[in-house]
Design a protein around this ligand. Sequence first.
Ligand code: FES
Length: 119
Amino acid sequence: MAERRYCKVTFGPEAATVDVRPGTTLLEAARRAHAPVRTRCGGVAGCLMCKVAVPPEQAAALSAPTPAERLKLGPLLEAGMRLSCQARILSDVHVEVPEDPLKAAVRKQLERQQSDELW
Ligand code: FES
């Protein structure tokens, strides 16, 4: 059987998609797909900003968590979160990018204002 040369990676909810070689990190794939995965540490498991949600049925498509990832994520790892800078792609995979906390706060405020009778 021929070795797979590319894996299809999809980042929800925008469905940004890219084909990458196996072994590529999710963070690198996100950059290529222009998916909004944030980072501050440059990919050394230091900032925890690159978290993505991996559905249980997709977990086998990624490498096992690194010791640094286990240490940093703790119980979030069991809840399906992964650090995109540490998780390497093994096969086709779909992950969800959480909403940026600042954008979420602004969206909630706007929703509150729209439902407020004073406005
Ligand atoms: S990029 Fe900082 S923890 Fe992954």
